[in-house]
Ligand binder design. Structure first.
Ligand code: NDP
Length: 243
């Protein structure tokens, strides 16, 4: 049975990705940082549906915690076949209001977190000459989002990291891809009021806000053998908002 480690899987897109992988027969390592009870409930839900899952706490911005988590996952579930770097934070602020702390925390979680997890998981993949990494970016990492300059900058960095790493580890049989969703119905967007959501729907050719399930299934596809010739790519489930 193959094992996937999903960071930030206690809520939102990460939690649904855990469900979708478990339904497809994968062993799922559910990473969380603050939302312990959400992670425990998710693991219980997956187990009661017949799947295999365990939760592991680590703040992805802390390399020691990530190293400890990866060792625990390997001890409990075996080698990690797929890493999904989903954990991230977002914040809406005018550029001039962003503090040095805001800036650093955004990069520590959204970019350094990806670096830490890749650094911890890659040695095993390189040894086995196989593996797959899927990084979560955002349409704002492609187009830039007003009042989200620091978030957009981190998500642009994730795209560049994905492309460079894909070139470096491709010869070792490892694929690295990026999913850059449009607006998805999660707590990350809870600050958007009904008027803002209606406007976004209107601007989106498909006329809908995306679901966690649609993103999760894109991630599962990239992790599957059906995507065996795909690496270094950015796939954007966004309803046509960005083409
Ligand atoms: P949510 O805010 O709903 O959930 C964020 C998840 O990340 C939580 O499980 C949280 O865990 C985890 N997390 C945050 N900080 C850390 C940390 N330091 N260490 C470990 N885990 C952490 O986010 P979404 O589900 O909406 O977003 C998931 C991904 O998709 C992100 O990368 C986001 O940037 C991207 N995305 C989302 C879009 C959207 O519209 N929702 C659009 C485009 C991209 P905990 O609560 O346990 O701390």
């Amino acid at each position: 049975m193959k094992t996937v480690l999903i960071t930030g899987a206690s809520r939102g897109i990460g939690a649904q990705t855990a469900r979708v992988f478990a339904q497809a027969g994968w062993q799922v390592a559910v990473n969380y940082n603050l939302s312990a009870s959400h992670a425990h409930h998710l693991v219980e839900e997956i187990r009661s549906a017949g799947g295999t899952a365990m939760d592991f706490r680590a703040d992805v911005s802390d390399l020691e915690q990530v190293n400890r988590m990866v060792k625990e996952v390997q001890r409990s579930l075996g080698e990690i076949d797929v890493l999904v770097n989903n954990a991230a934070i977002a914040q809406q602020k005018l550029f001039t209001d962003i503090t040095p702390y805001d800036w650093d925390r955004m990069f520590d979680v959204n970019v350094k977190g990806v670096y830490h997890c890749c650094k911890a998981v890659l040695p095993g993949m390189l040894r086995r000459h196989e593996g797959c990494i899927v990084n979560l970016s955002s349409i704002w990492g492609i187009t830039g989002g007003s009042c989200e300059v620091h978030y957009s900058a981190t998500k642009g960095a994730v795209i560049a990291l994905t492309k460079a790493l894909a070139k470096e580890v491709g010869p070792s049989g490892i694929r690295v891809n990026c999913v850059a969703p449009g607006v998805i119905d999660t707590e990350m967007n809870q600050q958007l009021d009904e008027q803002a959501l209606a406007q976004l729907r209107e601007e989106t050719p498909l006329g809908i806000i995306g679901s966690c399930d649609q993103v999760a299934k894109t991630i599962l596809f990239l992790a599957s053998q059906d995507a065996g010739f795909i690496t270094g790519q950015v796939i954007s489930p966004n309803g046509g908002l960005v083409i």
